[in-house]
Design a binder for this molecule. Structure first.
Ligand code: OFO
Length: 166
């Protein structure tokens, strides 16, 4: 059993994860529009992962016999002119998500909700990995500058990403 405050906060997090999914699906489409099929694949996999994050929270609420309340998902920003702009926006968004996971963890600690703390531990670890990856791509793209060769090499690398259910 979980308390009402935690239930509400987890429902809000489901919405943030689904917004993240939507944001990255938009970036996938934008990448294809820029002729970057590899990046299109990378963001599509990211979309799948974020959907998985929302479902993890959804299943946890069900397991706990708590209520699920789905809210509307905001329209994501869909116009980016470069891959660097997309990864900068991704990093900024993931920092926001990290903060919201930290706030959730803080709430679970103050409510002495140990089960939710254990469930959230996975998200804490995941955020470290996501921020590290995004930071690396931003750094590489900044170094690449206007080099089309480096951009194409990175695009090839991004095209190799495969979705693994977490
Ligand atoms: Fe991009 O991370 Fe979900 O939580």
């Amino acid at each position: 059993m979980i308390g009402k405050k935690i239930e509400k906060a987890l429902n809000e997090q489901i919405n943030r994860e689904l917004y993240s999914a939507y944001l990255y699906l938009g970036m996938s489409a934008q990448s294809h529009a820029l002729g970057l099929r590899g990046a299109g694949n990378w963001f599509y996999v990211q979309y799948q992962e974020e959907t998985g994050h929302a479902l993890k929270l959804y299943k946890y609420l069900l397991e706990q016999g708590a209520g699920v309340e789905l809210a509307s998902i905001d329209k994501p920003k869909a116009t980016f002119t470069t891959l660097l702009a997309m990864f900068e926006a991704t990093l900024k968004h993931e920092r926001f998500i990290t903060q919201s996971i930290n706030d959730l963890m803080g709430l679970a600690v103050s409510e002495k909700d140990y089960a939710t703390q254990i469930m959230l531990q996975w998200f804490v670890t995941e955020q470290v990995e996501e921020e590290a990856n995004d930071t690396e791509f931003v750094t590489t793209l900044k170094m690449a500058g206007s080099s089309a060769g480096t951009l194409l090499m990175l695009d090839k690398q991004l095209g190799k990403r495969v979705f693994k259910a977490g």
